[in-house]
Ligand binder design. Structure first.
Ligand code: NAD
Length: 333
């Protein structure tokens, strides 16, 4: 394995389209691209899956750099808009993060997930291959592994046992990328993220939710018996992995896990947050939710070998960064 901290990918390309660039992970990616001197167009529909004011706050610093940043408030399901945008902007690299991202809500409304995550991805791929895009990076998810008994999860494990419509849409997205690489020589990469956390994390996700409730002295609800586990991955590590994938020299379609390679059980997660905050949790136990999988655990050897990807931030350090960010938010409001 490469030593931690030694890999800083350069940005070889200049013109990027980032879909979902107002969201949690997308906005961190845009920070890095702008710092690296690239030009970035973002398309985001600011939907109300969570409070759009959070997304407005995420893009505020980017809007202060209008010479290299353009925000398009639009929907990736709008095929004509997507075609026009990629053609007009001379996009070299598409990094496609826009999606309906929750597992449980996808059980409630699978049609919304299908149109956004599958048709939206197809619109982008089609525009990319028509207008000379050089790289297409698709953001997939560890959910594609479904209920996988074999750990750690490796890129060549079978993935046709999706446990939720969300997972099924990500499998479809990967398959579309593979087919467009095959048919049109559009190099593409699918990156399977494992539960991402850090400052600006989506308010519906466990670490953010628990941290805010525990800070406020409120009880938290845990599903199952506390033994389910997740391979929590810090957002800055994920962004380094994305940038390395952009630089990958490959002609076809490649798949990489971007995880931490070190899973944590739900109850260990709560104990870690308690320690960082110096509080004791009041826990209400609830039954497992439909669509949830018992574990995720990334095998990151391929990403390490091909992308130089080495996760650098432990769960405890990441939670401490997140608590400092929540403190700064509270102080500013
Ligand atoms: P997010 O909801 O904060 O970001 C997604 C963004 O996409 C949002 O700003 C949203 O407004 C935008 N969007 C959604 N539908 C759109 C549409 N039709 N048109 C234009 N924009 C649209 O979520 P995130 O956690 O930053 O996730 C980013 C990506 O990473 C998603 O593809 C998600 O599936 C994937 N992912 C996330 C995690 C995680 O733990 N956060 C884990 C695995 C995969």
């Amino acid at each position: 394995m490469k030593k931690a901290g030694c890999y800083h990918p350069p940005v070889r390309f200049q013109r990027f389209l980032v879909t979902g660039g107002a969201g949690f992970i997308g906005s961190h990616l845009v920070d890095r691209l702008l710092e690296a001197g690239a030009s970035v167009v973002v398309i985001d529909d600011f939907n109300d899956y969570y409070d759009p004011a959070i997304k407005r706050a995420n893009v505020r610093p980017h809007l202060e750099q209008p010479e290299r940043y353009r925000l398009v408030e639009g929907d990736i399901r709008d095929r004509a808009l997507v075609q026009r945008l990629i053609e007009e902007s001379g996009t070299e690299v598409v990094i496609h993060l826009a999606a309906r991202a929750g597992v449980r809500p996808s059980v409630e409304d699978p049609f919304l997930y299908q149109t956004t995550n599958v048709e939206g991805t197809l619109n982008l791929l089609d525009a990319a291959r028509r207008h000379g895009v050089k790289r297409f990076v698709f953001v997939s998810s560890s959910s594609v592994y479904g209920v996988n008994d074999k750990v750690p999860f490796a890129e060549d494990d079978p993935i046709l046992a999706a446990a939720s419509p969300y997972a099924a849409t990500k499998i479809a997205g990967e398959a579309l990328c593979a087919s467009f690489s095959h048919l049109y020589e559009l190099p593409s990469v699918s990156l399977r993220f494992f539960t991402v956390f850090g400052p600006r994390q989506r308010p519906d996700l466990a670490i953010r939710k628990f941290t805010e409730l525990l800070r406020a002295g409120k009880p938290i609800q845990l599903y199952g018996d506390g033994t389910s586990s997740r391979d929590y991955t810090y957002v800055a590590d994920i962004v380094r992995g994305i940038l390395a994938a952009v630089e990958l020299n490959s002609r076809g379609h490649e798949i990489f896990n971007l995880g931490n390679g070190s899973p944590t059980t739900l109850i260990e997660l709560v104990r870690t947050i308690e320690e960082v905050l110096g509080v004791t949790a009041n826990i209400e136990w609830l039954p497992t939710q439909p669509g949830d999988v018992p574990r995720t655990y990334a095998d990151v050897r391929k990403a390490n070998a091909r992308l130089g990807y080495t996760p650098q931030t432990s769960l405890r350090e990441g939670i401490a960064h997140m608590v400092r960010w929540l403190d700064s938010q509270a102080a500013a409001s």
